[in-house]
Write a protein that binds this ligand. Structure first.
Ligand SMILES: [Zn+2]
Length: 71
């Protein structure tokens, strides 16, 4: 990453610039999958999100049902 203040670059991420001690603003880590990228979550319309949730639950139940029907 590159320091926006002095231009010092490092191949490692750092919280404070080793050259000018400028505090870096690191992008928030996303340990969980970015669920907002799923279809239906991109828009901020609540009813669409609700519909998407119902649809995903429906698909999940269908998969579970198909798994258990095999026995
Ligand atoms: Zn710097």
């Amino acid at each position: 990453m590159i320091c926006p203040l002095c231009g010092a670059s490092s191949q490692f991420d750092f919280l404070y610039c080793p050259n000018c001690k400028y505090k870096m603003i690191l992008e928030a880590e996303q340990p969980l999958p970015n669920w907002r990228q799923l279809p239906g979550f991109r828009s901020k319309t609540s009813w669409k999100m609700l519909l998407a949730v119902i649809l995903y639950i429906w698909i999940f139940l269908a998969i579970v049902a198909s798994l258990f029907s095999g026995f």
